[in-house]
Design a protein. Structure first.
Lengths: 296, 335
């Protein structure tokens, strides 16, 4: 179902709030994987605020939908999402990375309520998600499993082993999303290890592919609705995104995979995010093309 | 140090990985058979310095460690000498069967320089801590396992790895290490422990990040307690310097091992295997991460938390000295 104006606005505001809280978290943590957190934030927002059937007061609720952040390094983006929903005290974000804190760069399922799997080593999530999906099918449970992959992560053979199996077992209760920000640590994905023709690869592995703009809530909602309606084979959503989306001086720059913000950069990042919010609410900067926000 | 073009002053300003990158560039200049491989961690592990200098001899395979170690095996079979760098956790676990079956079994000339080892990537969280690799790697036949104490020793190890035929695993930390060696000419030799201080009351055997801490503990124990502590830097865990261990058992009768690694299977276990074979009675304690998945935090804090910093080591030494230890009279000590 298309988003109502009010729903779209609510998601835009939430995504802005969470981007801003992620910047704060990077400051509290000293540094963090800000680029990939920003590229994934609209995906996380729409999942956690529209699609996932979950209860933050009961993180282990039977029958809940499962979300696996396979690109586990974006803890500075994911922890704010969970804290904001009330999975744990927001104040804990201020102790991010501190010795003894439950929050480290990669969120730990044993320490952080709401986190289903301790990820961080790339290439694990899809196989685990596939197991969950098969388990649900076998036990007649209706929950869905969502897995968010990085595009660089898709270099791992284990991703394709899981993909092959997902289509072999005709799994339709698993939603795979790739954050296609075209960057990894050592450079742009196509320069370090070319993925293209990326959608063709997934199709060859038996997936239905949906390519959409990962910074456009209407496009994301449409893609997710289609993925959830799958009946005969698994679906992957390739979400075109921009690393560092919303922060003009890092957007699209692979070198901002990981970093810290001093006071000046923090202020600049916040100003950029504020402009970006305005532009998106006005309908001007929606989508990957507008990820740097309105210019000053 | 032969062939080393940077000064000690430079070394103090470089992270351990930077010293590795620099050393590999120098080696690469002299040996055209050296090739480099990384898996989207060229920058983080500093093998990227080699990649910039010799782009045609460097392969960034993307985030695909199993492929990388398999490729390294193939390159070695083709007569090249691959240096392969990713984080220790991925070297020792993600691609382990490739390391075992493709590299070690065939005794191929692959040098694995694994970074972010032990608890040194402490804030990254437990999935990035690597406290099992010494145990894993030393179980592999044909493998040499080196845990350098600081940057200068890393440079020695990286060079020595080239000279030694067969697979070599060198485990280094993230960031800067405390400087253990003021001068490079202390006679680094693979398989030979370095005596950092002499003593007859007790021997502390350390490797990697814990060497500096053991030395500091020994200083305190000397000053405060009047104890003469022998400190051995066991930089090569395999092949192990059995002679130095046997000598320590005979001469000090008290042995403490300390490592930034689980107490299961690593340096402590390796030392125990040799010491137990001496037929002598001795007091023994392993310090390291107990059998658990480690907590999150700064490297320094985690070392303190698990009692493998200078305070923890000194406390363990005092406790051991306090034990009423005497060699058993009826023991045939001359066996
Ligand atoms: C198995 C494994 N190898 C290497 C790494 C180190 N690493 C962390 S993030 C990253 C790049 C990830 O790129 P991508 O999947 O595209 O994520 P994004 O750009 O969305 O942040 C790498 C290589 C890792 N975490 N796991």
């Amino acid at each position: 179902m298309p988003l109502s104006t009010e729903e779209r606005r609510r998601l835009e505001e939430k995504a802005h709030e969470l981007r801003s809280l992620s910047v704060d978290t990077v400051v509290w943590a000293g540094s963090g994987h800000i680029g990939g957190a920003m590229s994934a934030m609209d995906i996380l927002t729409i999942l956690y605020h529209k699609y996932l059937r979950i209860d933050p007061r009961d993180p282990e609720m039977p029958g809940r939908d499962r979300f696996i952040l396979s690109k586990g390094h974006i803890g500075v983006g994911y922890a704010p999402v969970l804290a904001d929903l009330g999975y744990f005290d927001r104040e804990l974000l201020k102790e991010y990375n501190h010795t003894g804190s439950p929050l480290g760069m990669h969120l730990d399922a044993k320490k952080v309520p709401g986190v289903e799997v301790s990820t961080g080593s790339l290439g694990h999530g899809l196989a685990i998600g596939l197991g969950l999906a098969l388990g649900a099918r076998l036990r007649g449970e209706s929950f869905k499993t969502y897995v968010l992959l990085g595009d660089g992560e898709c270099d791992e053979g284990s991703v394709w082993e899981a993909a092959m199996a997902a289509s072999h077992f005709k799994v339709t209760n698993l939603v795979t999303i790739v954050d296609r920000n075209r960057c990894m640590i050592d450079g742009p994905t196509e320069e370090v290890m070319a993925l293209e023709p990326f959608a063709d690869k997934w199709r060859a592995f038996g997936f239905e592919t949906i390519t959409c703009d990962g910074h456009d809530f209407d496009a994301l909602a449409n893609a997710l609705d289609r993925a959830l309606a799958a009946t005969d084979r698994p679906v992957v959503i390739i979400a075109d995104t921009v690393k560092g989306c919303g922060i003009d001086f890092i957007a699209g720059d692979y070198r901002w995979h990981y970093g810290g913000f001093d006071a000046e950069k923090t202020a600049k990042a916040k100003e950029s995010l504020a402009r970006y919010r305005e532009a998106r609410l006005a309908g001007g900067a929606v989508g990957a093309a507008g990820a740097k926000g309105a210019s000053k | 140090m032969s062939g080393m073009t940077f000064t000690m002053l430079d070394a103090a300003k470089m992270s351990t990985a930077e010293i590795y990158g620099r050393t590999l560039c120098e080696l690469g200049e002299a040996h055209p058979d050296i090739v480099g491989l990384s898996a989207d961690l060229a920058k983080s592990t500093k093998i990227g310095m080699f990649g910039e200098r010799f782009p045609e001899r460097f392969f960034n395979v993307g985030i695909a460690e199993q492929n990388m170690f398999g490729m390294a095996a193939g390159l070695a079979k083709a007569g090249l000498t691959p240096y392969v760098s990713t984080f220790a956790v991925f070297t020792s676990m993600r691609a382990l069967e490739q390391v075992h079956t493709d590299i070690c079994y065939q005794n191929l000339n692959v040098k694995m320089i694994a970074t972010h080892a032990g608890l040194s990537f402490g804030q990254a969280g437990t999935t990035h801590h690597c406290t099992e690799d010494i145990a894993i790697m030393r179980a592999m036949a044909n493998m040499t396992v080196v845990v350098p104490a600081d940057g200068i020793e890393t440079a020695h190890a990286v060079r020595a790895a080239y000279a030694r035929k067969g697979p070599v695993y060198i485990r280094i930390n993230r960031g800067f290490d405390q400087v253990v060696y003021e001068h490079p000419d202390y006679g680094f030799e693979l398989g030979k422990a370095v005596t950092m201080s002499e003593g007859t009351d007790l021997t502390i055997i350390a490797c990697g990040a814990t060497v500096w801490r053991a030395i500091e503990a020994a200083k305190v124990l000397d000053k405060v307690d009047g104890l003469k502590v022998r400190v051995l830097n066991m930089h090569t865990v395999k092949p192990l310097d059995a002679e130095a261990i046997e000598k320590a058992v005979r001469e000090t009768r008290r042995i403490i091992t300390v490592e930034d690694h689980t107490v299961i299977g690593g340096l402590g276990s390796a030392v125990a295997e040799v010491a137990a074979g001496t037929g002598k009675s001795f007091s023994f304690k392993r310090l390291g991460v107990p059998d658990c998945f480690s907590i999150i935090g700064l490297h320094e804090d985690l070392l303190a938390h698990y009692g493998i910093d200078e305070n923890g080591i000194a406390a363990a030494a005092r406790e051991m000295m306090g034990k009423d230890f005497e060699p058993d009279e009826s023991w045939d000590d001359e066996v």
